[in-house]
Design a protein around this ligand. Structure first.
Ligand SMILES: [Zn+2]
Length: 548
């Protein structure tokens, strides 16, 4: 961890501008230095003490510590204290207490925020800053009085703006453009309302810029599909600043980051009401970004689904064999037994008939429907499924374990409709073309996957940009092959599945341990897809494809 210390400290500084890049930390530090050198000193002291105490107390996960999250609030507090440090005032010693307070507040506030599913943002720095400001006021002093600021005059501002712009553009060009747009609009509006462009207008801009940037980065879909959101939050930010800042109810304690915090929380609330509880989960943002990147690069997005997606529709796990008769040994259901034993064939037909009964009655659930919508809107090129229930529909869907509604000849592959009644109990069902045995169109134990479907499945997975692995723990060797094909193509893998995954999970993979019926609809909404109004799509049971 000691080796990572400089990285974590620099990232604490870059986090001030919502960046996680180490290099950005240097640029942010330079920007602060040209504006107020002593604030830069304060920010370094803050970032270092927050990061060190995070290391000593190890209360946060190592990954978030390394991202600079333990140092960012103390760093912001250090920025605020820059003025006091610049004066050579003995009161500067109080900075130690302010820092300790800020660090002590961090974790209780994080847990509290987590309970409300909100990010803590810069709330600890805000509270410690307010406490500092009020303390100074009690001693009839002003925390904000600063010497030696803007050593290069107007060029200090220009340089700082260029440096911060470089950081935010590097982090996310789209987000930077959107926030620049809203900032300019709100500064102009403030200028028009108040008659001066520098005073209140710059304060409004100060609230709007980080707010819009934060929303665009933390809720990446906000700027496209939820475009009114930055506008609404800009207004919230301006209102908070106007009421708290200009009316100054608590004297020298200006709103600081309060507009940012309030408006971002409002945005979180709005997004969750729009797209579901999981919408503000950071993993969801990462998944949306991965999908958007693949689409922008013109690469395929492919889904690989398993039994878990059909369970909410009342379908048992086909692979786990829980649908088979427990009084008959599992081996009896194997393909080799089917070929040689009349009793095995009857048992197989009986079992498949029961499964088919369930599948016929089942309706596609929210996950199936959202995937259909994603396909309609060009966000999904194909679905490879281990399920045999037909709930995905037939469009660009590759059922590698077959299809329970089909019946095929095991010799010539000809397909026929499912027999009307349980005729298999009276006599062997044979092919009218070649006399071979007819068999339900699902892959039995020991039977090879249909070569044509397998090739199609391989083809759709090859060269994909994202593979969504949905509701499967990847225990079958066939799906493991498809996963490695996707990895060879350098695809981003997104696992959406509860429980352990029986395949190697890389650090670059996104693992969302949530139920598909909640996750996929939220993902689909965040991609800007409106849910189709058709409940239980009619196109789900068209005639079976014929492979001969
Ligand atoms: Zn035949």
């Amino acid at each position: 961890m000691v080796r990572d210390l400089p990285i974590a400290v620099l990232r604490s500084l870059s986090q001030i501008a919502f960046s996680e890049r180490t290099g950005s930390g240097v640029l942010i530090l330079a920007a602060i230095t040209v504006m107020a050198p002593w604030s830069a000193v304060g920010a370094i002291i803050g970032a270092l003490s927050g990061t060190l105490s995070g290391m000593a107390l190890s209360r946060s996960p190592k990954a978030s510590w390394r991202q600079g999250l333990d140092g960012v609030n103390p760093a912001i507090l250090g920025l605020i204290w820059g003025g006091v440090l610049s004066r050579g005032d003995p009161k500067a010693a109080l900075f130690v207490f302010a820092l300790l307070g800020c660090i002590a507040l961090e974790h209780p506030m994080r847990s509290l925020a987590l309970r409300w599913k909100m990010p803590v943002l810069s709330l600890p720095a805000l509270l410690a800053g307010w406490a500092s400001s009020i303390t100074f006021q009690i001693f009839d002093d002003n925390l904000w009085l600063c010497f030696a600021s803007m050593p290069f005059g107007i060029w200090s501002s220009v340089t700082a703006i260029v440096l911060v712009a470089a950081v935010v553009f590097q982090q996310d060009r789209g987000a930077a453009i959107v926030s620049a747009f809203y900032t300019a609009i709100s500064a102009l509006a403030a200028g028009w309302l108040t008659g001066e462009i520098v005073g209140p207008a710059s304060l409004w801009a100060f609230s709007v810029a980080p707010t819009v940037m934060g929303i665009c980065l933390l809720i990446p879909t906000a700027r496209k599909q939820l475009w009114p959101l930055p506008l609404l939050t800009s207004i919230v930010a301006i209102l908070v600043w106007t009421f708290l800042g200009l009316s100054q109810p608590i004297g020298y304690a200006p709103p600081f980051m309060l507009p940012l915090i309030v408006s971002m929380w409002a945005a979180y609330f709005a997004v969750r009401s729009y797209a579901g509880e999981l919408a503000t989960n950071p993993l969801m943002a990462e998944a949306v970004r991965a999908l958007a990147t693949a689409k922008a690069q013109g690469r395929k997005i492919v889904a690989l689904t398993g039994a878990g997606i059909s369970m909410p529709s009342g379908i048992p796990d086909y692979v786990s064999s829980t649908w088979l008769d427990p009084n008959i040994p599992v081996e009896e259901y194997s393909y080799s037994r089917f070929k040689v034993s009349r009793a095995a064939r009857t048992a197989y037909w009986d079992a498949c008939n029961r499964f088919r009964g369930l599948a016929t009655e089942a309706k596609p659930n929210a996950a199936h429907r959202a995937m259909n919508d994603m396909m309609e809107m060009g966000w999904l090129s194909g679905i490879v499924t281990q399920n045999v229930d037909g709930l995905h529909g037939r469009k660009n869907t590759f059922e590698i374990h077959g299809d329970i509604s089909a019946v095929r000849c095991i010799d010539c592959g000809a397909t026929t409709p499912w027999p009307e009644r349980a005729t298999w109990q009276d006599k062997d069902l044979t092919c009218e073309h070649c006399g071979g045995h007819l068999k339900p169109g699902v892959v039995a134990i020991g039977e090879d996957t249909d070569q044509v479907i397998w090739e199609e499945a391989r083809e759709i997975v090859e060269g994909c940009g994202v593979l969504l692995v949905i509701a499967t723990r990847m225990t079958m060797s066939t799906v493991a092959i498809l996963l490695s094909l996707a990895k060879q193509a350098d695809a981003r893998i997104i696992f959406i599945t509860k429980g352990d995954i029986y395949q190697t999970v890389l650090e670059s993979d996104i693992v969302m341990p949530f139920a598909a019926e909640y996750t996929i609809p939220t993902l689909s909404r965040l991609l800007g897809i409106s849910p189709s109004s058709i409940e239980g799509d009619n196109s789900l049971k068209p005639p079976t494809r014929i492979h001969q």
